[in-house]
Design a protein around this ligand. Structure first.
Ligand SMILES: [Zn+2]
Length: 507
């Protein structure tokens, strides 16, 4: 089986921030999880580099749009590496191979009779690179996103007959109730479709920075259509000398933020239908990580900057926090203090301390060998069906629910240590068999949760698995009791060490 996951391509007129890191982390969790399931995986991210906003930002800096793209694409590549993303390719819409596919697909849509010439008039936001309808405007005639005053603009350009796809789109939504997840976003997209679809400009006349319309050199392809096609074009040239389209298309999941729902859940499938290309299996929508009013945190100040968090706490902590704190698919508050609290209470205490205590007790009481013993049934039973539950949640793009299912077992193991008090058993000559069972159960439980946590916290979980002497990383091995005792344990070091706030004078 093949699994193809994408992030949106990030717009190069701005610097990467937590929102970009969030989607990339989420996509990476799915990619790593599917590899554990033995699927053949392709994971794509990249940058969107055409359009008026890039031209304007470049002009301000006195450089060409190409130079701005080159400069900022580097930062987005760095962000992916910084959060330990395992993307297979990094696409840029200025890649000549991508531009060639855009021209080819748009020509196909044209030749299939879905393109016509017309005049567009509307409220144009240069920063959105999009026209706004009267009902979208706020405060009279301002962009609802950028709150800048918009001008009424008129131009001749090429139109995509989106209205002709209303019925096929409604059918798609009827046949595939999980085409968009979560359900609230499915309903939002469907009601947008049912509200009636207006045709869409496929090209822009005034702009030069884009892919030329193949049959009309005076126009360039509208930046959104150019951008959406990245998901399809990348497969044709990502691997040198090989076309991966047959293997990985249609995409399994496009992960996006809710602000670009309309483009991905309505326009994108219609474009693909018009070009006679299969539509993706799923569009997974996440909400916003909100940063409201907060007290300053000692080490992170008052914003969560992904680069800074990783420098201070490591990438695993950031990955864990953003997926743990806010249910994926929903909006929620994040804050530096909230981050530090979860880091200490959950990562350092519940997981890190559990690991170091368990390894220390096996070292001290059993000479560093995990006892060959039976785990107590009342412990083992908590792990029944866990791997299946994680798979089912991740199939629905419920990244937070899957993580929570695993974390409940981490908490369970902590409670088990408190209940059994192995240090007391060690002092009791008659407690040897019971101690074997407890230590084995703890080691095995830690092994199972760590295999399931690998996609979320790849470095820390890997270090612990190595210290437990565990060889397997596949999802099949995430079954309690799959590994008997006998492994020689090692020393993982502190998985989540205490972090000292930086010197105040540094600011
Ligand atoms: Zn705008």
């Amino acid at each position: 089986m093949a699994f193809y996951v994408t992030t949106p391509i990030y717009y190069v007129n701005a610097e990467p921030h937590l929102g970009h890191a969030y989607t990339t982390i989420a996509a990476d969790v799915l990619a790593r999880h599917m590899r554990q399931r033995g699927e053949e995986v392709f994971f794509l991210t990249g940058t969107d580099e055409h359009g008026e906003p890039v031209t304007q930002a470049a002009e301000k800096l006195g450089i060409t749009p190409r130079e701005l793209g080159d400069r900022n694409a580097v930062h987005f590549r760095e962000l992916a590496a910084k959060v330990n993303a395992t993307n297979d390719f990094f696409i840029r819409t200025t890649d000549p191979e991508h531009e060639a596919v855009v021209a080819e697909v748009v020509t196909r849509i044209h030749d299939n009779g879905h393109v016509y010439e017309g005049t567009y008039e509307g409220w144009y936001c240069p920063r959105c690179a999009d026209f706004k309808t009267d009902s979208e405007l706020v405060d009279g005639n301002k962009c609802p996103i950028h709150l800048i005053v918009l001008e009424r603009e008129k131009e001749d350009n090429w139109f995509f007959r989106l209205s002709a796809f209303q019925e096929p789109l409604e059918r798609l939504y009827t046949e595939r109730s999980d085409f968009v997840v979560p359900e609230i976003r499915f309903n939002e997209a469907l009601s947008f479709i049912k509200g009636g679809l207006r045709d869409l400009s496929l090209s822009r006349a005034r702009l030069k920075w884009g892919v030329p319309v193949p049959w009309d050199g005076s126009q360039v392809i509208y930046v959104w259509i150019d951008a959406l096609l990245n998901y399809y074009s990348a497969l044709s040239y990502a691997r040198h000398g090989e076309d991966l389209t047959g293997r990985f298309w249609p995409a399994s999941v496009h992960l996006i933020g809710k602000d670009i729902l309309k483009f991905h859940a309505v326009i994108w499938p219609a474009l693909l239908m018009a070009a006679e290309i299969d539509v993706p299996e799923r569009v997974g929508i996440h909400g916003y990580l909100l940063m409201g009013e907060h007290k300053m945190s000692k080490s992170l100040g008052n914003v969560i900057d992904p680069f800074q968090v990783v420098d201070v706490y490591g990438e695993d902590a950031l990955r864990f926090y953003v997926l743990r704190e806010v249910r994926f698919g929903h909006d929620g508050e994040v804050s530096p203090e909230g981050f530090e609290q979860r880091y200490t209470s959950e990562l350092a205490n519940e997981y890190g301390n559990l690991a170091s205590r368990t390894l220390a007790m096996i070292g001290r009481y059993r000479d560093g060998l995990v006892p060959k013993a039976e785990a107590a049934t009342d412990l083992a039973v908590h792990f029944d069906g866990l791997a299946e539950q994680v798979c089912a949640e991740l199939d629905r793009v419920e990244l937070t629910l899957a993580l929570d299912a695993v974390w409940q077992r981490v908490k369970r193991l902590n409670a088990y240590v408190q209940d059994e008090q192995p240090w007391k058993l060690a002092k009791d000559a008659g407690g040897a068999e019971q101690l074997d069972s407890v230590l084995y159960g703890l080691a095995e439980g830690l092994r199972v949760v760590s295999v399931l946590l690998l996609p979320y916290m790849p470095a820390a979980a890997e270090r612990l698995l190595a210290a437990l002497g565990a060889g397997e990383r596949s999802l099949d091995s995430a079954r309690f009791g799959a590994v008997g005792g006998g492994a020689r344990i090692g020393e993982p070091g502190q998985l989540f060490p205490r972090v000292e706030p930086p010197e105040a004078s540094a600011a």
